[in-house]
Design a protein around this ligand. Structure first.
Ligand SMILES: [Zn+2]
Ligand SMILES: [Zn+2]
Length: 286
């Protein structure tokens, strides 16, 4: 049985991760990875020295040549400057913050306290109004950032396992989510299946949650499978589970990014097969 051997959503000490780029790359080799994408945060809350980041990742790419295909990406926020990382080889388009006049940037995933305060001050304690505003902003992510894929699509549910502020089967929640998703698929945005919250023990379900992932498949969406790793130990966190979840939703492949022989970054499909014995087979061959 083959394993997923690529990850494009990873953070290092250069933004808010725990390990150096070198430690992440060494771990990737240890796990038998073929591709590793770095995606340093650039947003209103996480500051990264982009020049130093590019310098280090470029050096690392040379150092691991022939062993591991290293890509230099960036995770941008919907409300952030789309031109801040011109050298990035791919962009994750993520919505963390809401467009409210709060003085300090307020995100939906920082803390329970911040979420409650955000909802109280700007949405009159109506979490469906908050999630609708979140998805209306999410719907603009491709227009704003021309991202390679959409990061953690339903991050607004980050604290829903503990606070139960949204009934995700309520149309007031899921209709705006599906509208945003359908639009983004039509625009040509790919999505990630993000295992980060599950592998860190924060949530039971991935981003996007099961029913959204099924709809993503039915809309004809394309997926990457990423762990949003902030530490090397979680580089392949819950990848087997995620592959199973994708296959159950009908996906017969996921995608990877890689350098072609001319050095250009291209997207390639990796088959996800369920054999007759019900076992999930992952093939690294495209
Ligand atoms: Zn993020
Ligand atoms: Zn991230």
């Amino acid at each position: 049985m083959h394993k997923i051997t690529a990850n494009y959503h990873t953070h290092t000490v250069l933004c808010d991760g725990r390990n150096t780029p070198l430690e992440m790359a060494e771990q990737a080799v240890r796990l038998g990875f073929t591709h590793l994408g770095f995606s340093g945060h650039m947003d209103a809350d996480t500051h990264m020295d982009i020049r130093e980041y590019c310098r280090q990742i470029r050096l690392l790419r040379k150092q691991f040549e022939g062993k591991l295909d290293i890509l230099m990406g960036v995770e941008l926020d919907t409300l952030y400057d789309p031109d801040c990382a011109p050298e990035a080889e791919y962009i994750i388009g993520s919505t963390h913050f809401l467009d409210v006049d709060s003085g300090i940037p307020m995100s939906v995933d920082n803390s329970e306290e911040m979420l409650v305060q955000l909802c109280h001050e700007f949405f009159a304690d109506d979490y469906y109004a908050l999630s609708k505003a979140y998805y209306e902003l999410e719907a603009t992510v491709y227009d704003r950032l021309h991202c390679t894929f959409v990061g953690h699509f339903d991050l607004v549910t980050r604290f829903n396992d503990s606070l139960h502020f949204l009934d995700e089967s309520d149309p007031r929640y899921y209709m705006p989510a599906l509208e945003a998703m359908e639009l983004l698929v039509k625009q040509g945005a790919a999505f990630e299946l993000n295992t980060g919250a599950v592998s860190r023990g924060r949530k039971k379900d991935f981003y996007p949650a099961g029913f959204l992932l099924k709809n993503l498949h039915d809309f004809g969406g394309e997926i990457f499978i990423n762990s949003d790793a902030h530490q090397k130990d979680l580089l392949d966190g819950c990848f087997d589970m995620a592959a199973g979840a994708a296959a159950r939703c009908g996906f017969d492949h996921y995608n990877i990014l890689e350098h072609d022989t001319s050095g250009k970054v291209v997207m390639r499909k990796i088959p996800l097969r369920q054999d007759q014995d019900g076992q999930l087979r992952l093939s690294p061959q495209g």
